[in-house]
Design a protein around this ligand. Structure first.
Ligand code: PLP
Length: 281
């Protein structure tokens, strides 16, 4: 790994964030969303492509996996050259790649690794085979934070899809107990309309479960919210003490991006967030 660079004169170093994900050519989800979110939070975004999807805001029509060796070669090319401050893992798609990325994490041990256990696109298309979805559970103990939405959380803990916030708390605590990594269960897609995300983490010896209230934005344009939130969290985590502090930095930004998405006018379906909403007022 290259020598670490000196921080700028004011002591602020731009966090270098590696995103591992598929592409969405309409730019709302996947790697393009990741890198926009990283930039919006003040980081330097890098991207390793795992699959090329054919999709727009209406749906996914095709998925072309990048050969496994090429994905790992991309990861090594970056890690050989750049000191990585945080990693965000999104769509992996195939079981063999889930395994290979796990091996890569064991070998390179990057800090602040977030897994967004991507299984299905917001617009409904499958983005992970059944095998891969099952194997994502094995990847969770190798990461620092996992950020499942409601159906992904159910798959990770092998239970029914939660229908209320109490079930979410129970499932998030279960995944944390089983895997050891921090869990941020996002609840934007929870049917009971509650508006609290759930963060479970262990600090020293004490497990804490926190309900993090947010104001629900009434919008159909949520394409890429999971990708964007997890990449923003990876960036915000650098330089703060825990995931709760990172979440506090990210929440106002993601709320603004959801609000801004109402006015973007991108596509006819579930449109994207406005990652740089703060520049558009
Ligand atoms: N990764 C890719 C490549 C995608 O295309 C999508 C959704 O379309 C996702 C991840 C997941 O998106 P979301 O953040 O909306 O869950």
């Amino acid at each position: 790994m290259a020598e670490d660079v000196e921080p700028a004169a004011d002591g602020v170093r731009v966090p270098r964030i590696l995103c591992i994900a598929g592409t969405d050519p309409s730019g709302g989800a996947g790697l393009l969303a990741d890198v926009k979110a990283v930039a919006a939070m003040g980081g330097y975004g890098m991207g390793v492509v795992t699959a090329v999807t054919v999709q727009n805001t209406v749906g996914v029509s095709d998925v072309h996996p990048v050969p496994l060796e090429t994905v790992i070669a991309q990861l090594d090319a970056v890690a050989d050259d750049v000191e990585i401050d945080a990693v965000k893992i999104g769509m992996l798609g195939e079981a063999a790649l889930v395994h290979a990325v796990g091996e890569w994490l064991r070998r390179r041990r990057p800090p602040n690794v977030i897994l967004d256990p991507v299984m299905v696109a917001t617009t409904g298309g499958r983005l992970a085979s059944d095998d891969a979805a099952g194997m994502l559970r094995d990847l969770v103990p190798l990461v620092d934070l996992v950020t499942p939405n409601v159906p992904e959380l159910a798959v990770l803990c092998g239970e029914e899809t939660a229908t209320d916030i109490e079930m979410i708390v129970g499932q998030a605590e279960l995944v944390h107990e089983q895997c050891g990594s921090a869990v941020l269960a996002t609840t934007g897609d929870l049917a009971d309309g509650s508006s609290e995300d759930v963060l479970v983490e262990t600090d020293e010896r004490w497990r804490t479960t926190r309900r993090l209230p947010y104001v629900r934005v009434d919008t159909p344009h949520t394409h890429g919210t999971g990708c964007s939130l997890s990449s923003a969290l990876a960036t915000a985590r650098v330089g703060v003490d825990d995931w709760g502090a990172a979440y506090e930095r990210v929440r106002p930004w993601i709320d603004g991006a959801l609000q801004g998405g109402l006015h973007l006018g991108v596509g006819r379906g579930s449109g994207p967030l406005d990652h740089t909403w703060f520049l558009h007022h």
